[in-house]
Design a binder for this molecule. Structure first.
Ligand code: PMP
Length: 432
């Protein structure tokens, strides 16, 4: 498939060259547009709700650099704070007051977090939390859910699907069987499956980790009682409950899904928004558990650039902006308008579709639905999504290049942006 209505000559040249330089031409796989087909766009700059490519085309952006840009790209206050911080240097590799400031903000915001450790990515946060879960409980097995993504560490790359799930077979070449043999999986929203795993593995399960609202299998919400049920089951079995809020933290609500749904896990991982667009991750939770992390305790985890002053500065400024009154009301209002609008035009133009939003996270599946888990999500028409994606892109709307990703809005998206997006979607969907 080629672009028909936008000129992408420079994107094509740069991406062609990139393919000889980097595997697939990218630094992270989804960016190569493999699952939607067609020419990836090479970006030049971002501002507010918009991105511009190297050919000068402008797009309304619903990827938001995969979540961090919740205040809008390159917010003047974030950029201003970064300029100031930059003058003092890029990295200290030693304690800085900025870490205290961001730590206090995170602890005040996220119900489960009494102490926090900063790292450089969501992957790192999830790797560390897993080691901590195992150390604290002195148990090795861990339950994750099919379709949930917790970064690319070996232990989390377990193929979704019940047969392989029991065997814990690795999802990628290069992952040793031993690394995933203690990773058990269950379908999302299936409490009975989790109960069965606990029954079969009595006193062996360190804990349960999940995306409390899923974004990595498309946008999937927890059914009533699911999060509460996991909280009860983990308590009952002396296991830990971990919410991976790398995507949802400070997006679904200031205090994340745990604030919104009133279920408090033992540990939480964060990333994306708390770095305001710079590389950051974090994990935190109960003080007794976090006190096991080195050098307070014996569980080793470290990082050369962890807590670096630029990332802390961007995070602090971003959270300050999010604290302003009305922020989350605005995000909910604008995102609901978008999600409802997309669904309505999909139905009116004769397509099977389902979807929705919570706060600034949304999704649209090309299936009549409902979508409760990854198996349901896989039934959607990914070919149609690819054509929809391309049509939107050609008309100036940048959606995540995969049916299995959630969409993100920001404080910079206006009513007009949403109206325009829905009008464009109507045009594209009418032509499919
Ligand atoms: N957990 C979740 C829920 C995520 O969405 C992601 C990234 N999309 C990660 C972990 C991994 O984060 P990173 O890409 O920063 O390593």
């Amino acid at each position: 498939m080629v672009n028909t209505s936008i000129k992408t000559t420079k994107s094509q040249e740069i991406f062609a060259a990139a393919q000889n330089l980097m595997p697939g031409g990218v630094s992270s796989p989804v960016r190569a547009f493999k699952s939607v087909g067609g020419q990836p766009i090479v970006f030049d700059r971002v501002k507010g709700a918009y991105i511009w490519d190297v050919d000068g085309n402008q797009y309304i952006d619903y990827v938001g650099t995969w979540g961090p840009a919740i205040c809008g790209h390159a917010h003047p206050e974030v950029i201003g704070a970064l300029h100031e911080a930059l003058e003092k240097g890029t990295s200290f590799g030693a304690p800085s007051f900025l870490e205290n400031v961001l730590a206090e903000m995170v602890i005040a915001a996220v119900p489960s977090i009494e102490m926090v450790r900063f790292v450089n990515s969501g992957t790192e946060a999830c790797m560390a939390v897993l080691r901590l879960m195992r150390a604290f409980t002195n148990r090795e097995k861990v339950i994750k859910f099919e379709g949930c993504y917790h970064g690319h560490a070996d232990m989390f790359l377990v193929k979704a699907g019940s047969g392989v799930a029991t065997l814990g077979l690795p999802d990628s070449p290069g992952v040793p069987k031993a690394a995933t043999s203690s990773t058990l999986t269950a379908p999302y929203n299936d409490l009975e499956a989790v109960k069965a795993l606990f029954a079969e593995n009595r006193d062996q399960i360190a804990g349960v980790i999940l995306e409390p609202i899923v974004g990595n299998a498309g946008f999937i919400t927890p059914e009533a009682g699911f999060l509460e049920g996991l909280r009860e089951l983990t308590h009952e079995h002396g296991a830990l409950l971990v919410f991976d809020e790398v995507m949802t933290g400070f997006r679904i609500a200031y205090g994340g899904v745990q604030e919104k749904f009133g279920v408090t896990p033992d540990l939480t991982t964060l990333g994306k928004v708390i770095g305001g667009g710079l590389p950051v991750g974090a994990y935190g939770g109960r003080r007794d558990i976090m006190s096991m992390i080195a050098p307070a305790g014996p569980v080793y985890q470290a990082g050369t650039l962890s807590g670096n002053p630029l990332a802390m500065t961007a995070g602090i400024k971003t959270l300050e902006l999010l604290q302003k009154p009305g922020t989350y009301d605005y995000l909910e209002q604008i995102t609901k308008k978008l999600a409802d609008g997309l669904l309505k035009v999909a139905h009116e133009t004769g397509h099977a579709a389902c979807g929705g939003n919570i706060s600034a996270m949304f999704g649209l599946f090309f299936t009549s639905g409902p979508v409760h888990n990854y198996e349901d999500a896989k039934k959607c028409d990914t070919g149609k999504f690819g054509r929809f994606h391309r049509g939107m892109l050609e008309r100036g709307v940048y959606l995540a290049p995969s049916q299995f990703e959630a969409g993100f809005t920001s404080l910079a998206h206006t009513d007009e942006d949403i109206d325009q997006t829905i009008a464009i979607a109507r045009e594209v969907l009418s032509s499919l």
